[in-house]
Design a protein around this ligand. Sequence first.
Ligand SMILES: [Cu+2]
Length: 543
Amino acid sequence: MTAPQSFYHTSSPAGLSGIRAWLLTHDHKRLGLMYLAAVFFWFVLAMVLGLLLRTELMGQGPTIMGPEVYNSMFTLHGVIMIFLFVIPAIPAIFGNFFLPIQLGTDDVFFPRLNLFSWYLFMLGGLFAIVALFAGDGFPDTGWTFYVPFSVEVDSNVGLTVSAAFILGMSSMLTGLNFVTTFHRMRDRSMGLMQIPLFTWSLYATAWVQILATPVISITFVLVMVERILGVGLFDPDKGGDPLLYQHLFWMYSHPAVYIMILPGMGVISEIIPVFSRKSIFGYKAIVWSSMGIAIAGSLVWAHHMYTSGMSDVSVFVFSLLTFLVAIPSAVKVFSWVATMYRGAIEMTPPLLLALIFIYLFTVGGLTGLVLGAVGTNIHVHDTHFVVSHFHFVMFGGTGFAFFAALHFWWPKMFGIMYRFKPAYIGASLTGIGFLFHYVPMLILGLQGMPRRYYDYLPQYETGNFLAGFGGYLLCLGIVIMFVNLLMSFRQQQPAGADPWGATTLEWSVPSPPPLHNFVAPPVVASFPYDFTTVVERAGKGGS
Ligand SMILES: [Cu+2]
């Protein structure tokens, strides 16, 4: 029987060809790749901005830019990284591509709405670009857009929060599509406890996307109302309160950190059992931890505001809740480590990246406890300790999960395998560079170096130089990984349907998959990570 044509050669709706087959597509796989192209662009742009910021801080005094440019650049770096990379990357790329296949179906429930979500994503990006070049220039408020500064300053705050508003719509609609697909499109023989953990993590994420995103949408509308009409919602002179803005902002932005990290955790839960050749430990505990994080994560937002003048009682309550929300995350880390324990570990680039994730995410989590505790928080609030902490969690976590997902699912998405050696070198350099970059920043923060300052005291110079050096090392590692992946298009080494010997449904279909995903009706396993029946793999992956 001839191999079915891959989705690259067939279009939905039928009969479209060339660029129209992409721009008018109703196929979740093509949309996943269209997000990959856009997110790749934004990631590289924001990474370069980050490197320029670090270069500026490598020496005291002016280095490569002035203070105004520095302020706008860290705002731009934050806005792009958060709204155009960390939030959409894994759900929009790998969720779109793999959630329907893992559920045993041929597409999401609302394919046209899915295409519309992509256009909203592109429109939001366009607004950000316009905000960069139009009129008063890009805002210098930081990605948090705190009032009263964001209401009073002349720069393009209106355009930028509009960009975030539109991107929020895209995120919400993607979440809506995933929840509906999860309940309505799943293969009839697949029970809830037979669903792969990546899909479960996207399901939990989708509920946060649907329920929390409207809060930030309304908040940004209020900022625009304040800028245009000056009603006084956040102005004490007019009976308003600037703290109202902070509560509203963090009511979304803390749950948003779970929109950012939960899908990454799902990727790790897919990779660890495959390369331990052992069923995942604590499947149900991981499922309920995902849901628990989505729920409890909505109750801790004011831990960003201990120094804002809140009452001691509320500080105490939010601190306690913050410690509680750390538990389900820890359950996942324990389950991943327990899965590897006495496993038949087989090292591959996806596994190496997953191991780096586990280490960096754990450091991120532990420094999060330092910030959750009131006493230490007040000491390090708004210092480089905080900046390092969220880079450990968002870059060390979601960033490395993104790299791991790319290396894990690349052979399935494109049907070709990449070379392992450059992947190992790139991943290791990125990991080592990461530590050189962010460990000194933890120390600088403990020593009192404030965040978002253009210059610093002489005693902070060595730490900032080391962090800059680390920045170059990690960017070099990332470039090596990306170039190696792109080189696989030239090498064209066929990957086969299941190069890793994995068990979830996407590995039961050809690489790349055909338009409707399944050649024959999917066979749903009683347990998604059952390695007792998997035969030892004949061939190894790339050289
Ligand atoms: Cu938080």
